[in-house]
Write a protein that binds this ligand. Sequence first.
Ligand SMILES: Cc1cc2nc3c(=O)[nH]c(=O)nc-3n(C[C@H](O)[C@H](O)[C@H](O)COP(=O)(O)OP(=O)(O)OC[C@H]3O[C@@H](n4cnc5c(N)ncnc54)[C@H](O)[C@@H]3O)c2cc1C
Length: 419
Amino acid sequence: MLLSKPKSYPTPIRAVGADYSQTRCVGGDGGTMIDTGALNRVIEYGENFVRAQAGVRVGTLVRALAERGQELPLTPEMGHISLGACAVTTLPQASYRAGFAQMSSCISELKLITPQGKQMVVHERDRDLMRVLRSSYGLLGVVHEVVLRVRPLTAVKIDYHVLSLKEFAARCASMVDAPGALRLHISPFEDRITVERRTLDELGSTSRSGIWQIKSSVMRNVLPAFGSTVGSVLAAPGLRAVMLSRVQRALRATLDRATRGVVMYSHEWMRDLPAEAWKARHTYTLWAFPQADFPRVLSEYFAFCRAYYKQHRYRCNVVTGASRLHQDRGSLFSASYSGHMFTLEPSSTGDKGWEEFLIDFNEFASELGGTPTFNQTRALQPEHVAKAFGERLKLFRALRQRTDPLNRLRNSYFAYLLG
Ligand SMILES: Cc1cc2nc3c(=O)[nH]c(=O)nc-3n(C[C@H](O)[C@H](O)[C@H](O)COP(=O)(O)OP(=O)(O)OC[C@H]3O[C@@H](n4cnc5c(N)ncnc54)[C@H](O)[C@@H]3O)c2cc1C
């Protein structure tokens, strides 16, 4: 109804979840914003699925599932993401196996309203359609309900190893062959890569008691130490510089303990950021690179950071993150569509010099054959998008034009990047 009344509801019509994206992909442009926050009901819990409305936050859902002894195949660290955004954006996560490297691959059914105002239900068996919708960013319709796969809650063993760049390059091939999800915490100026391996303890053989008081120790000490929860730490204004150096100090102080190994459930690593996105002072950008090239990419990244600092006296003040992604063709703009990948995520508090750094970093990443995302890669340009997505971009553009010829759902951000 809303879609078919352009006079009352001006173009573009844009759905918004938690508004936590790193880019202007929501981009209301003074048109009509549909806040999905009121769609906050979990409708049905099944043995291997859960049905919920699009405005439910993933953190709320993950905690409710944990109470039932269930979890999603992937659990992000940030709890604010809406299920609508999980369904239609690129949210790569450190993955355990092929086919499950983005949140959207957990979606097995979605219900949406098309640009013509029609109801549509899409199931996983409609593979091609599902693949396109899982990368549609609200350009092909507004999602109001989703079904996600669930599995039994499984303990995760977490181990840390601290390596130099040289050691990482020597061990990378064997590390990626071993089971488990990999998350890296990278400090180019210290020549240090902390490798975090998360292994599913499917036999339930590890007792949690006596290892650590998981919630208090890991969440409050270890993860912040790696810069992972720096967003919430930095929420208090004026504390930035102090907090950053504390993060660096805590990193060193907790490493010895961390290497002993930790066991936790995935919902325990979720963190809550401020409800208003602008209050989270943690900002980052994300590109993905082929796994086989990653040691070389990392070596070039270290050199890039050092050269950039020498020339501009700017360096990122938060640890760079990275995740290994198995190949996942579940969505058209999947960051690991063409093979196994690693992300690279320079992070900062958004201090002076960050915006300029992003421009040069994007050139660096694109030149090395990187794949960006539309919601987590900042300062993106059309030529980066065309180079990374090629034919997939042309296909999406043609589909979008055909399904929304009046551009009811297209904002200026996507008009610029996709045409
Ligand atoms: C400090 C910080 C930390 C972060 N940490 C993580 C992390 O640990 N892991 C991770 O994966 N991501 C993380 N992110 C990234 C963020 O989660 C993603 O960018 C995600 O898209 C945000 O979800 P959202 O609900 O805020 O989406 P929004 O920003 O509200 O929307 C994203 C896009 O989806 C579209 N959309 C939203 N809902 C619908 C709907 N119902 N129907 C159709 N289209 C819709 C919007 O139009 C827009 O194009 C972080 C971001 C910040 C700022």
